[in-house]
Design a protein around this ligand. Structure first.
Ligand SMILES: Nc1ncnc2c1ncn2[C@@H]1O[C@H](COP(=O)(O)OP(=O)(O)OP(=O)(O)O)[C@@H](O)[C@H]1O
Ligand SMILES: [Mg+2]
Length: 407
């Protein structure tokens, strides 16, 4: 069936989508090259179908999403791509959608930023609705990325993302709150998270940081537009790409992200967990996105002794080791270490809310490891560090963590 790929009210391309597989079979016409999803390449006026398909499929819930097999069974669908077609591909992280060719649908009437949406798919994804039946599929949950169980809900007129953690510690929601508290202390632009409990399960909640005007473009997509040569580090490539787009202060924004990730020992800052914001109409690049999704950190899947020993900590997106990645920071001068005084009280007060999931030994281990990393940072900031960014120790692949599928 033919659909028009739309960017708000702007027709971008005429596509033929296979209703059985959910794949783009053909790009019949390109109307607005500049409005193609960023990172999709065009050669001689023809958009690259494979990369547009990658973008489209990336829009669907990943196969690694916790509980997705059961959810698809309840929804009576064969793949998460089918969900895309049932909500016109609408999302709460950008303004793209697909319009059936001869329909008179309008963006203003259907977008989820300004219109309500159904809670059916969210209920199924969280395992709250497990009977087959008639579902209303109009939901931004059909296009949400990431491995953890999650759903969008409108609370007090605000679009909020509810996200769970993984067994056995369910630590990610609490980590999100701790990371946002540390970011606030350091004046780092970030998404604020809080905790809610539902049916004995903790969730982090944050507001949508995207609105009807500006979209999130992931670092992965930013880096697709230009090829990286083998002598250029992943870090330098990202900085170069952002500078070419005119994003002022990108070095500072990345410095902030790297420092926060060092303090919390973040293990999953993959290239879809940070990026840039651009205006969907003018295509003007606005800024780095505020820091979000910092939950896979603070030894979330490790036992207390491993947390204390700092063992097996992964690092992304630039270097494989935090010790190497922190050396990419161009300046530590902006860090107000005094603002971190008492951070242990923040950490404990958040973890105290985890009840039986997190015991005292674990809390102490987390506090101890954070304080040690802050001390390391203090030392680094007072001595000359080598800010070279060679390709040594670079991350080679970029894949999100997958979680224990049983929760
Ligand atoms: N507050 C927000 N506003 C708008 N979009 C958001 C927000 N939070 C997350 N997103 C979008 O939803 C996606 C999934 O969310 P998030 O990264 O928090 O989930 P996750 O399951 O932890 O992901 P991962 O697979 O990286 O572990 C993000 O990559 C981003 O595109
Ligand atoms: Mg993520």
């Amino acid at each position: 069936m033919d659909y028009i790929l739309m960017h708000k009210n702007i027709p971008v391309a005429l596509l033929n989508l296979d209703e059985d597989t959910g794949f783009i079979q053909k790009i019949n016409e390109l109307y607005a090259e500049k409005h193609l999803p960023y990172g999709v390449k065009v050669k001689n006026g023809i958009a690259d179908r494979a990369s547009l398909n990658d973008w489209w499929v990336d829009r669907s819930i990943p196969a690694s999403r916790s509980g997705i097999v059961k959810a698809l069974e309840v929804l009576n669908l064969t793949s998460t791509r089918m969900l895309l077609l049932r909500c016109f591909g609408l999302s709460l992280s950008d303004q793209y959608w697909i319009k059936p060719k001869n329909s008179d649908l309008e963006w203003s009437k259907i977008n989820f930023f300004e219109n309500g949406f159904s809670e059916d798919v969210g209920d199924v994804l969280l395992g709250k609705l497990d009977k087959k039946g008639h579902f209303d599929f109009s939901s931004p949950d059909n296009t949400s990325d990431g491995c953890l169980k999650k759903r969008w809900k409108i609370v007090g007129g605000k679009r909020c993302l509810f996200k769970s953690g993984s067994n056995p510690f369910m630590q990610q929601p609490f980590n999100e709150v701790i990371a946002s508290k540390i970011a606030a202390r350091l004046n780092i632009p970030h998404v604020d998270y809080s905790i809610v409990w539902d049916d004995g399960v903790p969730y982090s909640v944050c507001e949508d940081f995207i609105d009807v005007n500006a979209e999130l473009v992931s670092a992965w997509r930013i880096m697709q537009m230009t090829n990286k040569d083998n002598n250029t580090s992943v870090y330098r490539h990202y900085i170069n790409c952002c500078k070419a787009l005119g994003v002022a202060d990108i070095v500072n924004a990345v410095d902030q992200m790297l420092v926060l990730d060092y303090i919390i020992a973040n293990e999953d800052r993959h290239q879809n967990n940070f990026g840039l914001i651009r205006n969907a109409e003018t295509l003007e690049w606005i800024s780095a996105a505020p820091i979000f999704d910092s939950g896979s950190s603070l030894g979330y899947d490790k036992i207390a002794s491993q947390i204390i020993a700092d063992s097996g900590v992964e690092c992304k997106p630039f270097k494989k080791k935090h010790g190497d990645q922190i050396k990419l920071v161009s300046s530590f001068k902006w860090i107000n270490f005094n603002a971190l005084d008492g951070v242990e009280e923040d950490i404990v007060s958040v973890l105290d809310r985890a009840g039986e999931y997190i015991d005292e030994t674990r809390k102490n281990a987390i506090v101890k490891s954070v304080l040690r990393r802050i001390d390391n940072l203090k030392r680094m900031s007072s001595t000359d560090v080598d800010h070279s960014d060679t390709t040594d120790g670079d991350v080679e692949t970029d894949a999100p963590e997958t979680y224990n599928k049983k929760h």
